[in-house]
Design a protein around this ligand. Structure first.
Ligand code: NAP
Length: 262
């Protein structure tokens, strides 16, 4: 590289960057050394995030693409990372439909699986292909404590995150052998639109900004697994051991937690 050429920017892809944890991560990682590729469906919100990131010195590309539209997402990603590669990908896009999903019909739960599991698997596959060809890169997969501490009534959400957990865990060693790191991220209770929609109020919740800070630290330390924050997994494990599931369900229903309705 000629002595006067600017240093290469770290190229970072984030899905679900229009709000919540994804937005907080984009803002946190934005800087003069960053090239950000931001994906979500809401173009207006994405543009607002991009402007704030540019003000921090980052070069930003936005793409209003649905991760469940596999062909469109692959094309958008290929065009975004052309000639740059992907150093870090944060697979974050996700949905929930409230604490209690109906079982009859099952459509809402299937929609969740389509985004949280199939959309994420496809994103990981597209990104991993680029990274393994170069023999370098880092994937951070945003899961949930619901992947293993199941919550009564959130059957589609829990299934989507448990499936994604199995996918990520099974891929970790093969990717490692190709020079690609994978970090499993387990957020606890984070105050975002998703949390608001569930109608939950928890004194233990943390802000999206704090979650982004903990996730960035785990990525920089190349951790394999991170709980965001650790105390949430400890508290929920304890609660699970002590409180019967039926009581949890009744308490959630009394607390006004939202029941999904089309
Ligand atoms: N908040 C929590 O307490 C919590 C706890 C555990 C795990 N998580 C996980 O953390 C991740 C982020 O959640 P959050 O709390 O930040 O939720 P959020 O505020 O609702 O944000 C979700 C993001 O995903 C995007 N998204 C949803 N469906 C998409 C699709 N089909 N294609 C592209 N983008 C899509 C949304 O953007 P558009 O609507 O513009 O597409 C939005 O940017 C999710 O995977 C969630 O499951 C959250």
């Amino acid at each position: 590289m000629p002595p006067d050429s600017p240093p290469r920017r770290r190229s970072i892809c984030i899905t679900g960057a229009s709000r919540g944890i994804g937005r907080a991560l984009a803002l946190r990682l934005a800087g003069p050394d960053a090239y950000l590729m931001l994906f979500a469906r809401d173009a207006e919100r994405l543009d607002a995030v991009a402007s704030a990131c540019r003000q921090r010195g980052a070069e930003v590309l936005v793409s209003a693409t649905d991760v469940t539209d596999f062909a469109a997402f692959s094309a958008a990603m290929r065009s975004a990372c052309r000639d740059r590669g992907i150093d870090l990908a944060i697979v974050n896009a996700g949905v929930s439909k409230g604490i209690f999903e109906p079982l009859f019909p099952i459509d809402a739960s299937i929609d969740i699986v389509r985004t949280n599991l199939l959309g994420a698997m496809h994103t990981i596959s597209v990104v991993a292909r680029e990274m393994t060809e170069r023999g370098a890169g880092h994937l951070a997969v945003i899961l949930s404590l619901s992947a293993f501490l199941f919550s009564p009534g959130s059957h589609g959400y829990c299934a989507s995150k448990a499936g994604l957990r199995a996918f990520a865990k099974s891929l970790r060693d093969p990717l490692d052998e190709c020079g690609v790191r994978l970090t499993e991220v387990y957020p606890g209770i984070v105050r975002t639109a998703m949390y608001e929609r569930m109608g939950l109020r928890s004194p233990f919740s943390i802000s999206a900004e704090r979650a982004a800070e903990l996730i960035e630290q785990a990525i920089e330390r190349r951790r394999r697994t991170v709980y965001v924050p650790l105390r949430h997994v400890l508290l929920l494990r304890l609660a699970k051991a002590l409180v019967p599931t039926s009581l949890v369900r009744r308490t959630l229903m009394r607390s006004g937690a939202e029941v999904y309705a089309e």
